[in-house]
Design a protein around this ligand. Sequence first.
Ligand SMILES: [Mg+2]
Ligand SMILES: [Zn+2]
Length: 189
Amino acid sequence: MELIILDRDGVICRFRPGDYAKTWEEFEFLPGSIQALQKLSAAGFTLTIASNQAGVGKGIYSGQALQDITQRMLKVLASHQVKIAAVYYCVHTDENNCDCRKPKPGMLLRALQEFEVKDPARVFFIGDAATDVQAGRNAGVRTILVLSGKTGSATEVTTWPVQPDFIASDLSEAAEIITAQTRPDHGKV
Ligand SMILES: [Mg+2]
Ligand SMILES: [Zn+2]
């Protein structure tokens, strides 16, 4: 089964500039994101999430609050027949110098390992920031940058040292790119 790794904020839910989704009330699904996940789920992809949540490490919200948001998010998604196979969070700050805070590839590598991916180059990582694109490259997967979060326009991207493999307006368009590129049940087209 083909693996897809998704960033959370700015991809699935609204990106809050200079802030975090600290409570469930502040967590807002982006328009069309649930439907896009539904489409990918129905197509047989294994969906996972890899998200930096340094707000926990900074003490802005607790690990418990993050777990609460996660459980509620998964419940809503499940009610739409979307199964998320794993959620990975990095709760560290830059100062912690961990190996999981994107642009480092720790969370992505863990997903590749846990889901026994033999060919990482076939995996898609969808994110909304330059650090996502870098993390994807560092993990050896394909990247789709969505313009529904931190990155406002494709023009910004032209100066980035690492370029995404694809740019999409949002998760719906990213899902279209993925289904056009992949046939999960029949291997490579
Ligand atoms: Mg993000
Ligand atoms: Zn970390």
